[in-house]
Design a protein. Sequence first.
Length: 320
Amino acid sequence: MAQRASRRWVAALTATAAMLCSCSSDTPDLLTPVTPEKSHDRITNAGGSIFLEEISTHKWPDGGREAASYFDWIPQDARSPDRATSQQAGETAHTLAVFLADHRQALEAVGNGLLGLRKAPVGKANPQLVAAYGAALTPYLPAIAGSDGSPGFPPFQHSTPEDFARARNIFAVIATNTEAGREFVERASEDAERIAATAAHDACEPESAKHNVDSAVLRTAGILAGLADSMSNEGSGPERHQILDDISYTMAAACVSADPMPPTSQIADYMESGRLLTPDEVLQQRDEGLEDYYQSLRDYLATRDIEIEPYLEWYEKARG
């Protein structure tokens, strides 16, 4: 009698443990080796979001290295001149971006350990997989910020036209892997600067058909910079005047480089050999602060009908 009771107790305990672990503890079938076609079909077709959740919330012994093969082809194919190839990469990356945007809470508390009761963010549980996520989405950062998009990756749908919480979720999930998050943020900041500088340069070229900066371009650059800085610790991000100073320099330097005629306004005092001095050079070479320097940049941009306030407005909205 006692032996039968003991067996029943063990069976009950086993069943309870199974329920606590649930089927999510089963190892997802990766169906390797993975090809871009297989990855695209499995992720973008019906059940793709479920598959992404399974591989993201399973604690892989290799940190997600094998599962990362579903994404490590995307960065190269995203830049392919072949339309079908880049389209396939974009569609796969877009599905991934939507998944990360809508599953942040679950991905910041992945179960592991005995019965899955210990929780860790996905970047700690599966660092290799999250690094692959970041690399796969890096070519699409401007599209995540709302640009016209890339092949297969349409402009990202934000919560509302002025609420960027879903996009910030993407950055937050990637940042659960510290190194991948740092690289993702750095690339976003670089892209924001490049977009703003290119717009200013193009507007200031003498043969340019337009002599001001497209507001949509400034919107994309501002949002991208704001998303990047949203990952700063609370209170440690740049202040408003710093943002204005940074974008003033970026755009003024680009404009000066495109203008065949040397400026005659105050900004000329801060130029050498046809080049605008950097803020650091001004500090090192002159016994003065930077207040007049930055004011001269803003005045110069105003004479070229280049407004920078829209950049700041979208930056602040995107940072949240």
